[in-house]
Design a protein around this ligand. Structure first.
Ligand SMILES: Cc1cc2nc3c(=O)[nH]c(=O)nc-3n(C[C@H](O)[C@H](O)[C@H](O)COP(=O)(O)O)c2cc1C
Length: 411
């Protein structure tokens, strides 16, 4: 019998909840503090409406297949969507390798977290279009060692994440236990009730030869030792945020494309471009950084305008279906990253689950283009959109955005 695909984010989330121990699930749905931003990011998309078009002048304007192929920093993609970097500890034994394979099958790339479970070389073998994401931890020498390794493994770009560092996170009250430094006897006893609550979940790991992996192979600073997640996480929270001089230094030592992730202000996006960024990611870390950060989609038009086509504009935060992708593209994004969408797809169904989420997004983007009468995703523009007055906001001038006229650099 043919497999029934997972058809929506809600279904993936439901399945994930059923399959995973409560504490692991809670860690995935958690935002920071009260979770205000994690709710606002997807809710903002619901307040943006379309103005559909129906008949066009010629049939050629309404082809059966709409154009979604594009490039991101020179990589050829079948659609302007890719799984962004997220540490996927203990979600699924195949972890980021499954995500990389699903992305390759869908004709797209992935961002690979510093905190990923799988070594970058394994991910690279599964999908050559991958990009190493760096958190600023350790000394410059430590970072250099990681960058050289990423270069050798063929990373197509370097993503440096500037938000959610230096204590910006501070999760509270979500009810997930702190992650142990190593899986010793004490940790096994502490996590035993958690594992016993979902035996099938732990069996999946045992079948692959082990318990959930808490090492972070891509945060190594030398060949001799793989740090534990809790260790690098504590280091991240206690390391000062990198300076613009550090970003300029990265530009000097990394000779491929540079992506600066986690920006919400046009002035900082411009600063990143001046420091040599080839792409910036408008993002509030999916609500996992400063709680009450404004919904990222609401500042996207202003930040995209500030960049003035001098770098690719990437976006993430709250994408739950293909139509959300179309809205972000209409508002100035060149590339849209998904976070929880692939995370829950992976938790719900491994590689197939991620595949289903990516195809669901592709379909939704396609149907948005059909409903709006566009041949290509490049035709999407603010002209397709209505939103409440003052809904879009320019964080630099502190004014509402009335004129959504945007200039973009699409090839
Ligand atoms: C569980 C989890 C782990 C994450 N880990 C990372 C990470 O290691 N590096 C990073 O740059 N962003 C990380 N992010 C942020 C995502 O890259 C992305 O900005 C966010 O998930 C987008 O919002 P969405 O989940 O609503 O799509 C993480 C997000 C989640 C939910």
């Amino acid at each position: 019998m043919a497999r029934k695909p997972i058809e929506s984010f809600a279904e993936a989330q439901r399945l994930a909840k059923r399959k995973m121990p409560k504490a692991v699930y809670t860690a995935l749905i958690s935002g920071n503090e009260k979770g205000s931003t994690i709710r606002q990011n997807p809710a903002a998309f619901e307040r943006i409406g379309w103005l559909p078009r129906v008949a066009r002048e010629t049939r050629e304007e309404q082809p059966l297949v709409r154009e979604t192929a594009t490039t991101a920093l020179g990589m050829k993609l079948s659609m302007p969507v890719l799984p962004g970097p997220a540490g996927a500890q203990a979600i699924h034994p195949e972890a980021e390798v499954a995500v990389a394979k699903a992305a390759k099958e869908a004709g797209t790339a992935i961002g690979l977290s510093s905190f990923a479970t799988k070594p970058m070389e394994e991910v690279a073998a599964a999908n050559p279009n991958w990009m190493y994401q760096l958190y600023w931890t350790g000394t410059r020498d430590d970072i250099l060692w990681r960058l050289e390794r990423a270069k050798r493994a063929g990373s197509k770009a370097l993503i440096v994440t500037l938000d959610a560092t230096g204590g910006g996170l501070g999760r509270r009250d979500w009810g997930s236990p702190s992650i142990p430094n190593q899986v010793d006897l004490k940790a096994v006893f502490r996590f035993a009730p958690l594992a016993a609550s979902r035996p099938a979940w732990i069996l999946k790991f045992l079948a692959k030869g082990g318990i959930p992996d808490l090492g972070v192979p891509n945060s190594r600073s030398n060949p001799d030792r793989e740090p534990a997640f809790a260790e690098v996480y504590a280091e991240l929270m206690s390391t000062p945020v990198p300076t613009w001089a550090d970003v300029e230094w990265l530009r000097e030592v990394w000779d491929g494309p540079l992506v600066v992730k986690g920006l919400m202000r046009g002035e900082e996006a411009k600063r990143a471009v001046d420091a040599g960024a080839d792409a910036i990611v408008v993002s509030n870390h999916g609500g996992n950084n400063l709680d009450s950060s404004y919904a990222s989609i609401r500042v996207l038009p202003a930040v995209a305008r500030a960049v003035q086509g001098q770098a690719e504009v990437w976006f993430d935060g709250g994408i739950r279906r293909g139509m959300d992708v179309a809205k972000a593209l209409a508002l100035g994004a060149d590339i849209v990253l998904v976070g929880r969408l692939w995370i829950f797809g992976l938790a719900a169904g491994g590689q197939q689950g991620v595949h289903d989420m990516l195809e669901m997004v592709r379909d939704g983007l396609h149907w948005s283009l059909v409903g709006l009468g566009h041949r290509s995703f490049k035709d999407l523009s603010p002209d397709d959109i209505v939103a409440p007055d003052g809904f879009f906001f320019d964080p630099d001038t502190k004014t509402r955005l009335e004129d959504l006229e945007l200039r973009r650099s699409r090839g």
